[in-house]
Design a protein around this ligand. Structure first.
Ligand code: CP
Length: 311
């Protein structure tokens, strides 16, 4: 692959190769010498047009641990504020010869468009409601390490699925790896026709969570609701917030996941989120660094090979 724009373009073998390499990087990150040289001599630019805590910091750490020169562009201070278009900004950056461009943008498809205009590898760090591929890959690695496999698991994705790029990337990835997917949420927050993608749809948490191996919670993405119906947080927590009572319907060893940022007392009870016997939320954050190291390593190998072939 030249870029990592979405899970859609990856096959099961691509996913397994990336997760195997990420496993190696987990071991490196847990050692006393966290440094590799896979990105030595390369320049990584992070362009985040939307706020981020986990994704931006883990991409930065991943690049630095592998020896890249990393620049975080401050989009608040950029000439985008003076009316420069995304494409002109990209072309300007491209002239400075970056090798890896990590982009988060509020509009679906903006990262794909940008990838067509530059000569480097582009990684999608989340575009609108479209995709968040490295989040799905880090979720997959977390599940594989917790459950010992990434196939034939019963996985519930709960909450605001309609506005979530995390849900979309996970549905594609977990479906490709032949898992049984259940989508649970109010009809206003679950896209219609998801059965055609092999998902079972539930309106009720008790029905949907029965005997699942994995419970993945999502926050209400109010910033993408475009003035549409926003449920009251109290009512939402009562019906869809994950608490001990609802979690009891899942398997006894079911794991609880959340991509963050988390709204305690809205989609998840704080004690469940902090229960180290059930919650793998902190492991997800750890896996994020390793997965991003693996993704940039593999793209850099392809980039170097293409450049060598063209020389
Ligand atoms: N999961 C995720 O994308 O978190 P951030 O918005 O903090 O990057």
């Amino acid at each position: 692959q030249d870029h990592l724009l979405g899970i859609e373009k990856l096959g099961p073998d691509d996913i397994t190769t990336l997760l195997d390499l990420a496993d190696d990087y987990v071991a490196l990150n847990r050692s006393d010498n966290k440094h590799g040289d896979a990105l030595q001599g390369l320049t990584q630019v992070n362009m985040f047009f939307e706020n981020s805590t986990r994704t931006q910091s883990s991409f930065e750490l991943a690049g630095r641990r592998l020896g890249a020169d990393v620049m975080n562009m401050s989009m608040q201070a950029s000439s985008i504020k003076k009316g420069e278009t995304l494409i002109d900004t990209a072309l300007t950056l491209n002239a400075m010869r970056p090798d890896l461009l990590v982009v988060r943008h509020p509009h679906s498809g903006a990262v794909d468009l940008l990838a067509q205009k530059v000569n480097c590898a582009v990684l999608n760090a989340g575009d609108g409601r479209h995709e968040h591929p490295t989040q799905a890959l880090l979720d997959a690695l977390t599940i594989r390490r917790a459950k010992g496999r990434l196939h034939r698991l019963s996985i519930a994705i709960c909450g605001d699925i309609a506005h979530s790029r995390v849900a979309r990337s996970n549905i594609i990835l977990l479906g490709k790896m032949e898992n049984r997917l259940r989508l649970i949420g109010p009809p206003t927050l679950v896209p219609s026709g998801m059965e055609e993608f092999g998902c079972e749809v539930y309106e009720d948490m008790e029905d949907g969570l029965r005997d699942v191996d994995v419970v993945m919670m999502l926050r209400l993405q109010k910033e993408r609701m475009d003035g549409g119906f926003i449920p009251s947080e109290r009512e939402y927590y009562h019906r869809y917030g994950l608490d001990a009572e609802k979690l009891a319907f899942a398997k006894d060893d079911a794991i609880v996941m959340h991509p963050g940022p988390m709204n305690r007392g809205v989609e998840i009870d704080g004690t469940i989120a902090d229960d180290i016997n059930r919650s793998v939320i902190q492991e997800q954050v750890e896996m994020g660094v390793a997965v991003r190291m693996a993704a940039m390593d593999l793209l850099a190998r392809n980039l170097r090979a293409r450049r060598a072939a063209a020389a």
